[in-house]
Design a protein around this ligand. Structure first.
Ligand code: G1P
Length: 290
């Protein structure tokens, strides 16, 4: 069973600077909710409500968004705004969130290892909080089902245009098992398009097993002997895949990668258009502005 998830948020959000100098990229709104709230709701909707956020002192707004605020709730209730009070209360009650300060070498494998040391010997999900999915079955649930079926590490994948390969981890596909499930024999991090081993992108969702964590431990030990480069989750999965089964699950749904300014604006626009509360009026505005 996958019962727990990890969301690393300690990154600097460099691609969105200077917008993200004070405001964490995970707190940028998509529709009327910050990106990280979409991620947490997706996990809760997938039956995973024990969530570790690996953070840094710069990202205290994330913590504040999910912290209980009895004073605000009481003021809203006194003012007769019970619905708003309930919405505020829901933020702090929808999941069991623990926070951990990231510590160790640079690279996206480090927060995963930090969290694994607390979670212990069980598989867990890792989601980067810069993608938003609109899917009938949440992406996290699709990933979880793939793990239940394979009992092996799984990566969320989406088809990509080959010219985008240099932005993503790209899997080496060994076998297509049908239903969007692929057996993966390796992963190449951000290859040049002509070197891309497939037309799929790893899109920041993983089920990590203790075997993958061992690879992260080993990479961190090597780094301490020779402190060069970064610790990547992709490398740990690649090494694991050389000896053990690893799978990819092509996600059924629409994917918005919010990590660059243009993609963020597109995601924001699409989410607002898809929302019945705002869509019709925004469509009218878009038509009027030509
Ligand atoms: C990370 C991973 C990469 C993956 C991407 C998905 O890269 O290293 O394999 O494809 O997330 O968003 P980043 O976007 O942090 O550079």
């Amino acid at each position: 069973m996958v019962r727990k998830a990890v969301i690393p948020v300690a990154g600097l959000g460099t691609r969105l600077l200077p917008l993200t100098k004070a405001l964490p990229k995970e707190m940028l709104p998509i529709g009327d909710k910050p990106v990280i709230e979409h991620t947490i709701r997706e996990l809760v909707d997938s039956g995973i409500d024990e969530i570790t956020i690996v953070t840094s002192a710069r990202k205290d707004l994330v913590q504040r968004h999910f912290a209980p605020d009895a004073d605000l709730e009481e003021q809203l209730r006194t003012a007769g705004k019970g619905d708003l009070a309930d919405a505020v209360a829901e933020l702090s009650s929808m999941a069991h969130i623990t926070y951990l300060y990231q510590r160790g070498p640079y690279g996206n494998g480090t927060p995963v290892l930090n969290a694994a040391r607390v979670i212990g010997d069980e598989p867990f999900m890792v989601l980067w909080a810069d993608d938003v999915f609109v899917a009938e079955v949440p992406r996290a649930k699709q990933l979880k089902s793939a793990y239940e079926a394979t009992k092996a590490p799984v990566l969320a994948l989406m088809p990509m245009a080959v010219e985008d390969a240099s932005r993503y981890g790209v899997p080496v596909v060994e076998e297509d098992l049908g239903g969007g499930r692929l057996r993966i024999s390796g992963l190449v991090e951000k290859p040049a398009p002509e070197q891309a081993p497939s037309r799929y992108a790893a899109i920041g969702g993983y089920v990590v097993t203790p075997g993958v964590v061992e690879e992260l431990e080993a990479a961190t030990r090597r780094w301490h002997e020779n402190p060069e480069g970064e610790i990547y989750l992709t490398d740990a999965l690649h090494r694991h895949a050389a000896q053990h089964p690893v799978y990819g699950q092509v996600i059924d749904g629409t994917w918005w990668d919010t990590g660059s300014p243009l993609n963020y604006l597109k995601a924001q626009f699409a989410a607002a258009l898809a929302d019945p509360a705002y869509g019709p009026e925004l469509r009218r505005l878009a038509r009027e502005s030509g």
